[in-house]
Design a protein around this ligand. Structure first.
Ligand code: ADP
Ligand code: MG
Length: 643
């Protein structure tokens, strides 16, 4: 309910609005289930006040008159312990009546629905999600049963103030009021059990904890409620402008939490000042966990951009390549014009230079983490490895650094954790080995058990195992010598010739030649039976325990890529595999002993179908396969038991 005085001032203009449905739901949640971490409301409201000041400073670049009634931007916090109220006041951009209606109740923020989906039921965790989803204002209702907002838009006359009020009962009211000063006051009528937040002593401690890095002074009355003097409680200096040596780790962490609205700890950060021809400061963080929208194409990403301390924009994406979209941070440039827009950023040569500098910083930070804190790096890799991989084909200039950062599961490691680096692989290569063998499977378990690598592992050769969607594409782009590893090349164990080179002994070759000679007839007969399904039938050098496998040509599209393209509705070019037979396998020997009748053809086709299944493929006609197999089994059942 609006207070009687203000209602009397302009009763005709008082309106009641219903909260938008999702907002209503959100409020219920705030009120009933999120108080385990309730002091976050202060962080959110101070953060909004700071945003409002930032936005005014930015708007005043083009329109200095907006600062006419005072250019020192600040935030004031005032309490009345007797009344149990707490007010947060900024002298920033302010809101018009329409903006207050839209921003504080009728328009659901884009993140709201996602917020609900992300809720875990764990209060501690859920309360930390609030800021991340852009629903911070409503956190006021965690501690207040009534909230008033008084605001006046910068540049508008005193009579165009707005008074917004709600008790979170599904409705809010707005009316037009006279407000002498520009900016916004959020006044909380604290719940009986939240009266502690009217205690100046408690507040000071909280402000210092959550808002030290806010670039505006957060002021409170000097000795208490009655004093006329105000004093700053926080440092009021943008953290990144301070010298590194003076900043504690705790301050860096707090700043990250403010910046990313993420209450978990960052894995690492890099704070740098570049001086000389171009000048800029950057503070970049590696988060400890992936955000909910890491894989959403249109999700916001990028750094917060400042020009000479003036906030310009959030999510400036031109400063980092897409494959580093998980990085959070601030860039403060001394060279960019203050009126720079998103469009202009795309053309600024300055931006390109900063981007390449920042990219190197991030890659250096990752390399350092990998070297000095492998456990943290493992966390990083699990959360963001698949994103970083996108850079390998995309960023040729940084490819050597990126390749060093890759981690793989491997036949030489028991677990499925990706821990093996290329450097490690190369170090334990066999003498004479110059191929880095890898295999992409549907899962790591499937890759590990795959027939394609039987002989390689039997020879003690290490095979890197991959199974992420993006892997086939990434690895397929890596032709020629591996950057940073002269003379070494990647070799897909499922394609073409294994290129064993000198790893194959004279005896091996002789044995293979003999097999070839002996099997000539068999190969031809199997090809006749299998027909056009395969390009050719040949003697395998990769199988040990399995009878057959299908092998693609070096440049054919792989099975995984085919499935992705087909799912996306694209036409996929035909590519025929070769059927390789393990001529030492009893089943193949048995086949060789059969005449050219129907039995021969059935068994040959079963081998072909099995080979398809083993590579994770789908049979053209599964029913036919089952029938064939069953006919064989019936015969087997009818045969006299072996003695
Ligand atoms: P977010 O800050 O992520 O946008 P909030 O729920 O905290 O989400 O705030 C919602 C919106 O209300 C803000 O985007 C802003 O438009 C408006 N707002 C909140 N507090 C203020 C303020 N102190 N001054 C001006 N506008 C504000
Ligand atoms: Mg906010």
């Amino acid at each position: 309910m609006p207070s009687p005085e203000s209602a009397a001032a302009s009763p005709a203009e008082r309106q009641t609005h219903g909260f938008q449905a999702e907002v209503r739901e959100l409020l219920q949640l705030m009120i009933h289930s999120l108080y385990s971490h309730r002091e976050i409301f202060l962080r959110e409201l101070i953060s909004n006040a700071s945003d409002a000041n930032d936005r005014l400073r930015f708007a005043a670049i083009g329109e200095p008159a907006l600062l006419a009634d005072g250019s020192e931007l600040e935030i004031r916090i005032e309490t009345d312990q007797a009344a149990g109220t707490l007010s947060i006041t900024d002298n920033g951009i302010g809101m018009t009546r329409d903006e207050a209606v839209a921003n504080l109740g009728t328009i659901a923020r884009s993140g709201t629905a996602e917020f609900f989906r992300s809720l875990s039921g764990d209060q501690q965790r859920d309360s930390q999600l609030i800021g991340q989803f852009g629903v911070g204002f409503y956190s006021a209702f965690i501690v207040a049963d009534r909230v008033e907002v008084l605001s006046r838009k910068a540049g508008l006359p005193a009579e165009s103030g707005v008074h917004w009020e709600s008790s979170a009962n599904g409705e809010f009211t707005v009316e037009t009021v006279t407000r002498p000063q520009r900016g916004t006051t959020v006044k909380l009528h604290l719940k009986p059990e939240a009266k502690e937040f009217a205690d100046p002593f408690r507040l000071r401690a909280l402000i210092r904890r959550y808002s030290d890095h806010i670039a505006f002074p957060v002021r409170m009355r000097k000795e208490g409620e009655a004093s006329l003097e105000w004093e700053a409680v926080n440092q009021a200096k943008a953290l990144w402008t301070r010298p590194r040596a003076e900043i504690t780790d705790e301050e860096y962490r707090q700043f990250y939490q403010h910046l990313a609205h993420d209450f978990t700890e960052p894995l690492a950060w890099s704070h740098n000042r570049v001086e000389g021809k171009r000048e800029y400061t950057s503070l970049l963080y590696l988060p400890g966990r992936a955000p909910f929208d890491l894989w959403q194409r249109d999700a916001a990403h990028g750094v917060k951009l400042y020009v000479r301390r003036v906030f310009i924009m959030d999510d400036a994406e031109q400063f980092l390549p897409l494959y580093l979209r998980f990085v959070k941070g601030v860039v403060d440039s001394s060279d960019l014009p203050l009126n720079v827009s998103r469009e202009l950023l795309q053309q600024e040569p300055e931006v390109e230079a900063i981007r390449s500098g920042l990219t190197k910083r991030v890659l250096d930070t990752l390399a350092r983490l990998a070297k000095e804190e492998p456990e943290k790096y493992a966390t990083f890799w699990n959360e963001f490895g698949a994103v970083l991989k996108e850079g390998v084909p995309q960023d040729a200039a940084n490819r050597p650094a990126l390749l060093q950062l890759l981690r793989f599961a491997s036949t030489h490691e028991p677990g499925n954790e990706p821990t093996v680096s290329l450097a490690q692989y190369v170090e334990r290569m066999k003498p004479g080995q110059d191929r880095i063998y890898y295999l992409v499977g549907d899962s790591l378990a499937a890759a590990r058990a795959s027939p394609y690598i039987e002989r390689l592992t039997q020879r003690g050769l290490e095979v890197l195992l991959l199974s992420e969607r993006i892997d086939e594409w990434v690895m397929g782009q890596l032709m020629g010598d591996v950057d940073g590893f002269p003379g070494k090349r990647f070799k897909d164990a499922a394609r073409g010739d294994l290129e064993l080179g000198t790893l194959e002994s004279e005896a091996d070759r002789k044995h293979h030649d003999e097999e070839l000679k002996e099997s000539k007839g068999l190969l031809k007969r199997v090809k006749d039976a299998v027909g056009d399904r395969v390009l050719e039938v040949r003697v395998s050098t990769r199988l040990a325990d399995s009878p057959a496998c299908l092998v693609l040509g070096e440049h054919d599209l792989g099975a995984g890529m085919r499935r992705i393209l087909a799912a996306a509705g694209q036409s996929v070019p035909e590519s025929k595999p070769a059927l390789e037979l393990n001529v030492g396998h009893p089943l193949v020997k048995h086949l060789d002993g059969l005449g050219d009748g129907a039995r021969f053809k059935e068994l040959a086709l079963i081998l072909y179908d099995q080979a398809q299944l083993a590579e994770g493929g789908q049979l053209g006609n599964p029913a036919e396969f089952v029938q064939r197999l069953n006919r064989l089994l019936v015969e087997l059942a009818a045969a006299p038991p072996a003695s």
